[in-house]
Design a protein around this ligand. Structure first.
Ligand code: ATP
Length: 732
């Protein structure tokens, strides 16, 4: 659609979100009509003049509105507009009465006085010097944010970036950006390296400017965290940065040296490789290694009368433990740290419950945690004890100053406990482990439980595998599959796949079936029929308890397309069922949705009135209502209701179908794994294994058996650069 340019005066502010600057305003356009403008318009105030560039869109309830992409904002110049502007409480300390007095005293010079000579406000009755200066400061802040937005808009950098920048640098923001545009590439500002680089080059920075090359090096290290690497070999880092900036190696090597001197990167030799780290990852690895080594080397404290104690626990559980299970429970009591691993059905949870019983007999106050909300909930259901996410355990909070997340539990405010047990350890990354260890009291012990064959953590590093492979942490690996679990073809197939053997796909009357669908369209149709009719009718499994999983997002059998088809099958449009279109997706009341990034300060409320903050990557909920008037979507995550404003919808996705990666740490009554294609990076044994092990009662593999065979064979694990194993072994 065509970009439109409209100018006018703000008549009213309908809605405003001060956090991100999103607003809905009524604009008295110079062409004569009153129009609705929506977009990032931080701190709008009636009376202000705007020149808006944007696109017209049609809103289901509100009709035509202009979505602002770029804004030029001019302060009002007539006395009437200035009066309206100041009356709107845009400037802290000024209400309608004071506005009236200011305009009466200074006329069209009012705003100039506020900016340059606020002390003159004392000429007005009732304004003290202190108040006059406060008013001046508030006004100057407004002007500074606006200038910043306008400056960045000139380089097509969105206003949200300006708002975030202002939160950190305040009135100095513009100066700071002009001095070093690469500031904008820092993740908390979100402009991206490309945009910052373009701005710098347009401002006249040389290609080999030190600030540019240093920012390029840091960008490469950061970017590679998303590929799982906690460090990069120096030669790879130099080559990648040279290519990024179209420069020779020399200036890049010089930049790495300068960054080293400034402490902005760290160096180590890992297995003979010159490794370059971002400081927080270097600190995380070195601190984890030091603490874990000390815990692992702590002399064992023998459990008195162990045999009788274990028998007592067996009696409570009504079970006879296998030898390794007994070893594990005893080890947990005797050692400062231990690792318990095993595939599905090998009794990890059974042992974990035994450890809990033992710890309570020993009077140890024990905290239970898992990396995701769903995993924590399941752990709590299985053990009958409270379990929290690791983030909640550590009391994750958002700093009001810079909007960054931090943990209230740390070295100074450690957890109050004698032991911590963490399940689903394969999902924990090095930064989270570092924080957990910092908050762990010196004398407390730690039990780490997980299945190392699950997909590795989303965050950088290969923490769990490094801990296991280092060989220094006391460990028990459970391999025996128990009778009950052996009856499950889901469990047996998971183990078969893990050994590189084909899963059994032909058995009848079992909990695992295969349906051959080679044509993608047919595959999608079958998945929809299974969810909408066959499983609910024939197996009495409601659609809400079925999870469709695909290895990939893309393609006809990827999650994006499956979601569209499943939405149409399970939750079609209906009169009275509200919808909201956003970024190519349609959200509808009744839809299953997933939050796709950690949002630590997103508020939630329970029906009982209790409230809190934090919705996390992978949390799945249901759209309970869409309020067209407020333009808000209400999503229920278990019992917590969260309100999404329009600009937050990029954090939400339909979740009838999710990728295997996103399914980690969750379990579903029935899983349908749709295997119709994907890149070789995704068609791996780890992905198949993870998908299979998500199913509790029923697993349906739908698609192409050759791809299943291919996945079983493809044991590729993308190599992650990590120094933790060597550090644990004392070799780095
Ligand atoms: N020593 C034992 N004797 C008999 N049954 C056992 C024993 N240990 C575990 N089981 C049974 O084996 C099954 C699997 O155990 P559990 O759920 O603890 O395994 P898990 O490793 O946690 O599995 P998953 O990862 O699939 O949840 C359960 O039904 C459990 O009761």
């Amino acid at each position: 659609m065509e970009q439109e340019l409209v100018s006018g005066t703000i008549a009213a502010v309908v809605f405003e979100n001060p956090e991100n600057g999103y607003a809905v305003i009524k604009l008295d356009s110079d062409d004569g009509g009153l129009i609705t403008v929506v977009g990032t318009i931080p701190a709008p105030a009636a009376g202000e003049r705007l020149i808006v560039t944007g696109k017209w869109t049609a809103h289901a309830t509100y009709g035509r509105q202009l979505e602002a992409e770029f804004l030029e904002r001019l302060l009002p110049d007539s006395t009437a507009e200035i009066r309206a502007y100041l009356s709107s409480r845009a400037v802290r300390g000024v209400g309608p009465k004071t506005a009236e007095k200011i305009v009466a005293a200074f006329g069209t010079d009012s705003l100039k006085i506020l900016e340059a000579a606020p002390e003159r406000l004392t000429e007005i009755d009732g304004i003290s010097r202190k108040k006059a200066l406060e008013i001046g400061a508030s006004f100057r802040q407004q002007v500074a944010v606006r200038r910043l937005i306008e400056f960045l808009a000139g380089y097509r950098i969105p206003a949200q970036v300006a708002v975030r920048l202002y939160r950190v640098y305040g009135a100095q923001s513009l100066e700071r950006v002009q001095e070093d545009p690469y500031l904008l590439a820092q993740p908390q500002f979100g402009a991206g390296f490309g945009a910052a680089d373009q701005l710098a080059l347009e401002l006249g920075f040389d290609g080999d400017d030190a600030r540019r090359v240093e920012a390029g090096v840091i960008f490469e290290l950061r970017h590679n965290l998303t590929n799982g690497h906690t460090f990069l070999p120096q030669d790879k880092l130099v080559a990648a940065t040279s290519q990024l900036l179209s420069l020779e190696a020399e200036p890049v090597i010089a930049a790495v040296d300068r960054l080293t001197e400034l402490g902005r990167v760290e160096h180590s030799t890992i297995a003979g490789i010159a490794a370059v780290y971002l400081p927080e990852y270097y600190e995380a690895e070195t601190a984890i290694a030091a603490r874990i080594r000390a815990m692992a080397q702590h002399p064992p404290a023998p459990l008195p009368d162990a045999e009788r104690v274990l028998q007592g626990i067996e009696a409570i559980a009504g079970i006879t433990y296998a030898e390794r299970q007994r070893d594990a429970i005893r080890m947990a009591a005797e050692r400062r740290i231990m690792i318990l691993t095993g595939g599905p059905g090998t009794g990890k949870t059974t042992v974990l419950s035994g450890i809990l019983t033992l710890f309570s007999k020993l009077g140890r106050k024990t905290l239970l945690a898992a990396p995701t909300g769903r995993a924590a909930k399941r752990l709590s259901e299985l053990t009958g004890r409270d379990a929290a996410t690791v983030h909640r355990l550590l009391e994750a909070q958002v700093s009001p100053e810079n909007g960054e997340m931090f943990f209230a539990r740390n070295e100074d405010e450690p957890l109050e406990c004698d032991a911590v047990i963490v399940d689903e350890m394969s999902m924990v990354d090095v930064l989270l482990m570092h924080s957990l260890l910092e908050a762990l009291p010196q004398e407390a012990c730690l039990v780490l439980v997980g299945d190392p064959d699950q997909l590795p953590s989303v965050g950088a590093g290969s923490l769990f595998s490094d801990l296991i492979r280092s060989g220094i942490v006391p460990s028990v690996c459970l391999t025996e599959i128990f009778r009950q679990a052996r009856q499950s073809l889901i469990v047996m197939n998971a183990h078969a796949v893990n050994r590189g053997e084909l899963p059994v796909l032909t058995a009848k009357d079992r909990d695992c079936f295969f349906l051959r669908r080679r044509a993608p369209a047919q595959l999608v149709q079958t998945v929809c029929e299974l969810c909408a009719r066959r499983l609910p009718q024939n197996m009495h499994i409601p659609a809400g308890e079925i999870q469709v999983i695909s290895p990939t997002r893309k393609g006809e059998t990827g999650t994006a397309n499956l979601n569209r088809a499943l939405q149409a099958a399970l939750n079609p449009p209906q009169p009275g069922r509200h919808e909201k279109l956003s970024g190519g997706s349609c959200f509808r009341e009744g839809d299953r949705v997933m939050q796709i990034r950690n949002h630590y300060d997103l508020p939630w409320k329970r029906a009982n009135g209790s409230s809190g903050t934090g919705v996390f990557n992978g949390d799945i909920g249901t759209i309970v209502s869409i309020d067209p008037k407020e333009d808000q979507i209400h999503v229920l995550f278990d019992d917590r209701e969260v309100v999404y404003e329009p600009e937050m919808l990029s954090e939400l996705e339909l979740a009838y179908a999710i990728t295997a990666h996103k399914s980690q740490g969750s379990e579903y009554r029935a899983v349908i794994f749709a295997i119709g294609g994907g890149s070789p990076m995704l068609l791996t044994r780890g992905v198949l294994y993870t998908a299979i092990t998500r199913a509790r009662e029923l697993l349906l593999l739908v698609g192409n058996e050759e791809l299943i065979a291919q996945m079983t064979q493809n044991n590729r694990r993308n190599k992650r650069y990590s120094g933790l194993r060597f550090r644990l072994q004392g070799e780095a």
